[in-house]
Design a protein around this ligand. Structure first.
Ligand code: FES
Length: 88
């Protein structure tokens, strides 16, 4: 990781997760990080299917796995992790 990178977000871009919500979740996360000007602190990358499709869409933040991520729970997940924790 680069020196200023303090966190990592992994998003599954396998076909199941992608079609069930991670396409929209990807855009939301990009906007969230950009709005808070923390995008340069986050190693945000996609990965292929890792066999958790039934529990998807899946994202992972600093090794914490979130399953069933939707547009309704994603804002809470990100806010709890990056706003309330003030850990940037
Ligand atoms: S497509 Fe995401 S776990 Fe399989």
């Amino acid at each position: 990781m680069e020196a200023n990178v303090t966190h990592q977000i992994l998003i599954c871009l396998g076909s199941s997760c992608h079609s069930r919500g991670n396409a929209e979740n990807l855009k939301y996360i990009q906007e969230f990080l950009k709005d808070r000007q923390i995008d340069s602190n986050i190693d945000f990358r996609g990965h292929l299917c890792n066999e958790m499709c039934k529990r998807g869409p899946v994202i992972e933040i600093d090794e914490q796995v979130y399953e069933g991520v939707t547009q309704s729970n994603l804002p809470i997940i990100l806010s709890n992790h990056f706003d309330k924790a003030k850990c940037i």
